[in-house]
Design a protein around this ligand. Sequence first.
Ligand SMILES: [Zn+2]
Length: 219
Amino acid sequence: MQKNFQVFSDSDVIAASFGRGESLSDVSAFARSSNHTLVRMEQEHTANLAIIETNSQTLIANTDALITKQKNILLAIKTADCLPILFSHPSGVIGVIHAGRAGTTQHITEQTLQVLKSKFDIVENLTVWFGPRICADCYQVDKKTDEHFDLVSENLKQVQGVYGDSQTKIIVSEHCTAHHNTQWYSYRTEGKGVQMNWFVIGSLLVSDKKAEPCDPAFY
Ligand SMILES: [Zn+2]
């Protein structure tokens, strides 16, 4: 099934989202058809990051963020309310971040972007996409005090703590997994046993080719 399927890139980056009605087998089929090796994580709500150098490992344990500059690798992230973040740079560096409340509190986004800066020398032209997640209105974290958690604003702060506004292009999906539950899976709406939304990004770049950053202008 191809419902919700969207490719959001120019010719140098491919990316896609898989929501309600789709599953990991659709993600795997997409990876095969685009000639990419699918690399996913055993997401544990940590702030652990892995840099993928080869396509020999396809399931990374105890990790919630991935970076690679290898082409033909498709990085995948699964969520059902947590914030999926995809990013790309014209140098061919791409990555994914699983930013739930726990990872956000542990500064996973800030730490991942710090690595982009320090290890990959990326100082500008980063494109960052925040995908469908539970919105602050729907995400009450304390009933008594009616405290809500805003995944988008907390992670925006982390991006802006590393990169200035002129150094990044940030695109924020307007979709909440609960408000738009007919399109996306939502743990808080559906409870235990909920299926997962999948988001993938892959680079088609040869290392020294010049390119524009991708334009993930959907949702
Ligand atoms: Zn909502």
